[in-house]
Design a protein around this ligand. Structure first.
Ligand SMILES: NC(=O)c1ccc[n+]([C@@H]2O[C@H](COP(=O)([O-])OP(=O)(O)OC[C@H]3O[C@@H](n4cnc5c(N)ncnc54)[C@H](O)[C@@H]3O)[C@@H](O)[C@H]2O)c1
Length: 362
């Protein structure tokens, strides 16, 4: 006779926890990526989708016939098992939809910009804090391995200035101008690289394609310590560029998101002021400081390939399931909205510098 010894009963923590139930609200061009990713990730399942345009839902349901699809936000918030909501509607609708999701007790990932005015952005942060819910803002570039590599490289540098270009032919939005559509990416990257919020903004723009809103905007931002940032965005430029450049005392670093082979290029060249005591006596000029030129190599560091949006979704799930604060939390989202609001006011004033509300840290 075989004696079967009783197996120890597994503790609850030994069982894999069930996947996080996800609802995606807004199933247009960008929302489709979230539906794909949250279905691919092991720790989540898309249970429901919502879009006020039924034809957008039809495309999702064709691929995922078991998903609940509705045009009604309240209905999707009541679907059993939905723990977290992804808000991918047009920007001017983010606040209303995200607020309703938070008030229904859901963790929220909301696309950038968090909202289109500071008061409502702050209100979302307050609701998420009060109910202890995760609020992640879709500043996707903070999850880009290239941008993270740039931050690592400039850690000990004295940054002089940064500039970014984000131009292409459209896609043209009908609820916000090109600045609100594109510049939040660069404002979030600058804030992340400098660990600071802009103190002032100055912006001029042109309404080339319609009289309703600017489709090309040139923005200058002033950061603590006199660091300058410049951003050029356009929906009317046939040359597609997605580039950020950092110039520091030690080097010039180019992040080119459209170059998969050399996403980051480092020019180990720079100029800095050094005290005269540190300069070789033969090279000394008059005065107590001297400009020291540095001429080194051009390097393309290996950047491990990873999909930034997948990294962002993974971090959101980690915070929902295990706790913690996302890299692009609500506070960072508010900081970007404050800066964009100052950009808007400066545009209306023909480029006059406008103070950015709030503190200087992100
Ligand atoms: N992080 C990034 O790199 C990135 C890239 C592209 C777009 N985005 C952001 O994603 C958002 C969506 O952009 P898109 O290109 O997919 O736009 P889109 O116009 O293609 O899709 C938006 C969808 O939201 C739906 N919608 C609007 N209000 C709604 C509401 N109240 N309830 C339900 N559905 C509603 C619309 O019907 C539409 O189908 C924008 O905020 C945009 O800034 C971010």
């Amino acid at each position: 006779m075989t004696i079967v010894s009783p197996q120890p009963t597994p503790t609850i923590s030994a069982w894999p926890s069930p996947p996080t139930g996800i609802a995606v609200i807004g199933c247009g061009y960008w929302g489709a990526n979230y539906v794909r990713l949250f279905n691919e990730l092991a720790d989540s399942r898309v249970l429901a989708v919502c879009d006020e345009q039924p034809e957008q839902l039809a495309a999702v349901v064709r691929h995922l016939p078991d998903v609940i699809a509705t045009t009604d936000v309240d209905e999707v918030l009541q679907v059993p098992g939905v723990d977290a909501v992804i808000v991918v509607t047009t920007a001017t609708r983010h606040y209303d939809v995200a607020r309703r999701a938070l008030e229904a007790g859901k963790h929220v990932l909301v696309e950038k910009p968090l909202t289109t005015d500071t008061a409502s952005a702050e209100a979302l942060v307050a609701i998420s804090t009060e109910h202890d819910l995760v609020l992640l803002v879709g500043h996707t570039f903070l999850y880009n391995a290239g941008v993270r590599a740039v931050k690592e490289r400039i850690k000990r540098d004295d940054v002089y200035y940064l500039y970014a270009q984000r131009t292409s032919l459209g896609p043209i939005r009908h609820d916000v101008n090109a600045a609100w559509d594109l510049a939040p990416h660069d404002v979030s990257i600058f804030g992340y690289l400098l660990d600071a919020q802009a103190e002032w903004a100055s912006a001029v723009g042109g309404r080339l394609l319609s009289k309703d809103r600017e489709d090309v905007v040139f923005i200058t931002l002033g950061f603590p310590g006199g660091v300058l940032g410049h951003i050029h965005v356009s929906w009317a430029d046939p040359n597609k560029v997605r580039q950020v450049v950092v110039v520091s005392s030690e080097q010039r670093i180019v992040f080119n998101d459209l170059d998969p082979l050399e996403r980051v290029r480092i020019f180990e060249k720079g100029v800095k002021r050094v005290p005269i005591a540190d300069v070789d006596p033969i090279e000394r000029a008059f005065g107590d400081h001297q400009l020291l030129l540095r001429d080194g190599d051009i390097i393309s560091p290996a950047i491990r390939a990873s999909e930034p949006l997948r990294n962002q979704c993974g971090e959101f799930l980690h915070c929902v399931r295990r706790g913690g604060r996302p890299s692009s939390d609500g506070a960072r989202g508010v900081s970007v909205v404050r800066t964009m609001e100052a950009v808007d006011r400066s545009l209306a004033l023909g480029g006059a510098p406008v103070q950015v509300a709030g503190g200087t840290t992100t």
